[in-house]
Design a protein around this ligand. Structure first.
Ligand SMILES: [Zn+2]
Length: 454
């Protein structure tokens, strides 16, 4: 086992080469949403994998190609599937950038370029970590499989189909990815899952057309009131959904996870001041992070009826529309929650129109597994400080493809500085964050070789 301190010195002595490799990737635009440079970038990533001694090829999907690489002994007792994405967000608005988005520039010990933190500088850390270990004669005795996709920033539309048609190729013992920013304290973050999501639209009607509120006012039902009355039956004052079946299957946090929640730094007063609120919403008997990770939400994301424009309009609105959104927690499925909402709505308004807009299941790995513990301790060694461990993120990502479809424990960490400004102008990654990511992956790969999977 080569320790972090030695690895850091070895990375430093090769750092100019590593920057050159990174800059090559950054100079290649790869904007999936606009279809710019994606094929060329997949080629470049494949070449980068090969230059690191990894057997690599392009695999096609119905969208952007995947750069796939594999290395390590065929009889390895442990296989790690390393995921990343080479596509980037559109750079607009261009005038807000202090330097060209696809011409990497170093200022203030930071590399500025679109995609440096999200995600080129992070997945490259894992490729360079393998290269470094093999140069030091310490290639880990595990098999590494690299899956670097090209449409994460555009919804990973073909990821599920790709993974399921390549199940044998992608078979592994665990999944690993580095994406996202570190904690503001500078500690890395390790997270073990994401919430799911259901978005649906409910449309209700009074009369079959808008009507004059004087000539018709009184006997004619009003779509807006019907919707407001419906919504008032759907939520309790403490912020829980008052919908039968909504919480079916919800898995509460384990003792271990509750303890992890307590250890996540949280500035209650600062958060409230920052957001201009005096109270948090949701059940009073749950902590902030328990609500974000283990409690499904029931949100009005948008609501529309009648007239609120200039002047006044005397009208009885016919139609009223609400966009509902739920972030789902482990144990829930989008269609099960949709059915519960549908049944509730039909009980009050049988002819309401209900349309599913989007759905994605939640996904979670136990933080108590040997691979999970190994990852946390690898980050601690690499950074010299304990990572912030999050059982789940509040947001949604297609992690279920790996945990549910492939059946893998999934471990995520973050190598970018907290102020990486990804998706925004002047995206950046500090030189130190890039270097430390390489070290972290090198420690992690060695630790994974010690995990007992039998
Ligand atoms: Zn992104």
């Amino acid at each position: 086992m080569i320790h972090a301190e030695t690895l850091r010195a070895e990375v430093d002595s090769r750092f100019d080469d590593y920057l050159e490799t990174l800059f090559g990737l950054l100079r290649q635009p790869s904007i999936s949403a606009q279809g710019i440079g994606v094929d060329e970038c997949a080629e470049l990533v494949t070449q980068t994998l090969r230059d690191a001694g990894i057997d690599a090829r392009i695999l096609t999907t119905d969208g952007s190609p995947v750069a796939y690489g594999e290395v390590g002994p065929d009889d390895a007792e442990f296989t790690l599937l390393v995921y990343g994405h080479y596509d980037v967000q559109p750079p607009e608005p261009l005038e807000e950038w202090d330097s060209e988005p696809f011409e990497p520039t170093i200022r203030n010990e930071r590399i500025y370029a679109r995609g440096v933190g999200d995600n080129k500088g992070q997945f490259l850390g894992s490729i360079l970590a393998y290269k470094l270990l093999s140069e030091l004669g310490a290639a880990p005795p595990i098999k590494l499989k690299f899956l670097i996709e090209g449409e994460e920033e555009n919804g990973s539309k073909n990821l599920r189909a790709f993974v399921n048609t390549n199940r044998d190729l992608l078979s592994a013992d665990a999944f690993f990815a580095a994406d996202g920013p570190m904690h503001p304290s500078g500690r890395p973050v390790v997270f073990f899952g994401v919430r799911g999501m259901l978005a649906a639209e409910v449309k209700v009607r009074g009369a079959n057309r808008d009507l004059h509120s004087g000539n018709w006012g009184g006997p004619i039902p009003n779509g807006a009131w019907k919707l407001v009355e419906l919504l008032s039956t759907m939520r309790t004052p403490d912020g829980r959904a008052a919908i039968e079946g909504f919480y079916d299957g919800v898995t509460p946090p384990t003792e271990f996870e509750l303890k992890l929640l307590e250890e996540i730094p949280f500035d209650e007063a600062g958060t409230k001041a920052h957001l201009g609120i005096t109270e948090f919403d949701g059940p009073a008997d749950m902590s902030y992070y328990e609500k974000i990770m283990f409690q499904p939400t029931f949100t009005i994301a948008g609501i529309n009826s009648g007239y609120t424009g200039a002047g006044k309009k005397s009208v009885i609105p016919s139609e009223a529309v609400v966009r509902l959104e739920s972030r789902l927690v482990p144990g829930q499925q989008p269609d099960q929650v949709l059915e519960a909402i549908e049944q509730h709505v039909r009980m009050y308004i049988p002819d309401a129109e209900i349309t599913k807009l989007a759905g994605q299941p939640p996904s979670k790995t136990s933080p108590e597994l040997p691979v999970s513990r190994a990852a946390v301790s690898a980050m601690e060694e690499a950074y010299g400080v304990a990572p912030v461990v999050m059982p789940l993120l509040g947001a949604t990502a297609p992690n279920y493809v790996f945990t549910d479809d492939l059946g893998l424990p999934a471990i995520w960490t973050t190598y970018a500085n907290y102020d990486e400004d990804n998706h925004a102008p002047n995206e950046n990654m500090t030189l130190r964050a890039f270097r430390d990511g390489i070290v972290a992956s090198a420690v992690l790969f060695q630790r994974m070789a010690e995990v007992d999977v039998t």
